[in-house]
Design a protein around this ligand. Structure first.
Ligand code: XIL
Length: 297
């Protein structure tokens, strides 16, 4: 096949990108989006600050625009992200304890209910584990409401939208290390206790190389019975094209790897300013990294 989406579909997978609502009027951007991609993740529009700017006042305009554009062009949507310690609205930052817990669960319920039946997978919780060697939770306002905040969020999301796959999503969990093992232990515990979780997202913001055990790490999570997804792929460095190929082959080698999402379309769309980590250059032309992915799919 001649596009990322059609090539991924040959093995039953999707190929997605992050999308910004503000760029949906850019003809070059939308042209590539509609030609190449079969899955869309709103880059910022479904985050807490965007969807609940004041407590219990919900704003879905940006998220709805992206969802409608995607659905009307035959693409599916990954919802991102119901709970995260970043990009919280100001009013949340003044809460703690049971008031924050209640606000968080209400947020999950309201947003997942608004989009019920329309989301392929939700990143229910984003980036809750600490960097470094502890393997434990990140300290955050949400974590300080109690260790059970993550399972409470997953249960609320399942109740609100039983049709969406529910994912845990994080970065620096792309290889076997203390952080990814902490996530692995949580997922294993959730599966053992019947806490609803369907997928794990590996952001894969990579620099220079992929961990040598990237595929083995995806496989150990898949062996727990969850889907694995590469959710925010971007790669800097001179070996970019080769590393994109390695990551793509790793997903294809893992039966439960459902698809790959890159975190933007053109280098000029990337949050990693100046690193040119994406598959298309600023003109919208295909880079060697694009060819490497297409050849690997
Ligand atoms: C980034 C967006 O790309 C930026 O536009 C925004 O300013 C900050 O957030 N991990 C995530 C994403 O889960 O939501 C982040 O997206 C990148 C890191």
């Amino acid at each position: 096949a001649t596009t990322l989406g059609a090539s991924a579909a040959q093995t039953g997978r999707y190929f997605g990108t992050a999308v910004s609502a503000g760029k949906l009027g850019d003809a070059t951007y939308v042209g590539i989006l509609n030609r190449e991609f079969t899955m869309v993740t709103p880059e910022n529009e479904m985050k807490w600050d965007a969807t609940e700017p004041s407590q219990n006042q919900f704003s879905y305009s940006g998220g709805d625009r992206i969802l409608n554009q995607a659905v009307s062009t035959g693409k599916r949507v990954r919802g991102h992200a119901l709970l995260w310690h970043q990009q919280q609205p100001g009013w949340v930052q003044g809460l703690s304890g049971s008031a924050l817990r209640q606000a968080a669960i209400n947020h999950v319920t309201q947003v997942a209910t608004h989009y019920r039946g329309q989301i392929y997978a939700w990143d229910v919780v984003n980036e809750a584990f600490a960097d470094g060697g502890s393997g434990g939770r990140r300290d955050s306002d949400l974590q300080r409401t109690g260790d059970d905040w993550i399972e409470a969020a997953f249960r609320a999301a399942r109740a609100a939208d039983p049709g969406a796959k529910l994912c845990y999503n994080d970065y620096n969990t792309d290889g076997v290390n203390a952080k990814s093992t902490g996530v692995y232990t949580m997922v294993r515990d959730f599966k053992a206790r019947g806490v609803p979780i369907d997928c794990v997202g590996f952001q894969s913001h990579l620099s220079g190389s992929a961990p040598s055990d990237y595929q083995a790490n995806l496989q150990r999570f898949a062996d727990l019975g969850v889907e694995v997804q590469i959710t925010e792929l971007d790669i800097s460095g001179s070996n970019q094209a080769a590393v994109y190929g390695t990551v793509t082959r790793a997903c294809l080698a893992v039966a439960r790897c459902a698809g790959i999402t890159v975190w933007g379309i053109r280098d000029s769309d990337s949050w990693r300013t100046g690193e040119n980590p994406l598959l298309f250059d600023a003109n919208g032309d295909k880079k060697p990294a694009y060819t490497s992915v297409l050849d690997a799919l």
